[in-house]
Design a protein around this ligand. Sequence first.
Ligand SMILES: [Zn+2]
Length: 388
Amino acid sequence: MKSAIKLLWLPILLFPMLAGADDRAALQELLNTFLAGASVSDIAAHERFWADDLVYTSSNGTRRGKPEILESRSAADPAAGDEPAIAYSAEDVSIRLYGDTAVVAFRLLGRTEGQPQPAEFFNTGTFRKRDGEWQAVAWQATRIPAPEAPGDWIDLSHELSPDAVFWPTAAPFAMTTDFEGMTDKGYFYSAYSFCTAEHGGTHIDAPVHFAEGAHHVNEIPVDQLIGAAVVIDVSAAVQADRDHRISVADVEAWEAQHGAIPTGSIVLLRTGFGQYWPDAAKYLGTARRGAEAVAELSFPGLHPEAATWLMEHRGIKAVGIDTASIDHGKSSHFETHVALMTHNVPAFENVANLDRLPPTGAFVVALPTKIRGGSGGPLRIVARLGGN
Ligand SMILES: [Zn+2]
């Protein structure tokens, strides 16, 4: 009698679990197929995944429907080479079923070619099953900040290599092998020679670069190259205008939020262009080289009035930027260089990883190669995050 009761109950208990298992498998499969397709910007994958009545809220605070998503995907065709390939994968996938509704939560990893750390997001999607097919009706993406902690050092330098972005008129970085291999004495030995323009890759502009009689690179006081940093993020303005010049108003807007820039700060300007490195077409506005390419340069920079304001009112030590020049790309008279350098204020250019620094609280060390009489040179710039 006891076993008969068990037998009776078993199918009743198992049936909803089995039905749930099918839906779970279908949703997992749908997600896997979608991420594989999204990694190659496959429109069909998006078409299948998103419901027509989708509400999608992105991590950067924009809200889109299915038509806008399909439109942005068709614009980003990786075959056209205008978008770096991002390989997406999901971890910690949790699928919860509520009849014909399901909530799928997971951690999305987006690995961009050539970037060591994947971008991570918490994604939560609500799915509805209609005519036997699951589709996402609501989506929420939240970026997970990089797990950086007080005391961590952040490298703000790009690697110097023949791939590094150099001004169109400068010869690219070159390295030759003097010796590399096993010596006849039985130890390994390698040595190379390199040749580089002073103003290529992550580098410093010594004041004499644009001001006669000002400091050469070897003469810049070390104290001016080390200190507390503020990071002014103008990437939103730059998204609207890639030739944006960071203005006094931009600086004042930053101060309204974070307080006055302390005297003796190193001011780092984050335009968001660091993400394009080393794609010269995107980063400089042109991949062409030579004097005729200079007219095609297009990237943001610091307005000379803002440079003067920062020196007069905030007594800054130095400025840095994540573009190829402290003046914007369309500059022909380099007024910002002249303004800064006349006052012996150096500039750091092609600074990397500014997205990893907080607005305040980072401490910067920016030591260039000590070339006698140089107008600039390769710069190793690093930042330590605040805290004790
Ligand atoms: Zn320079």
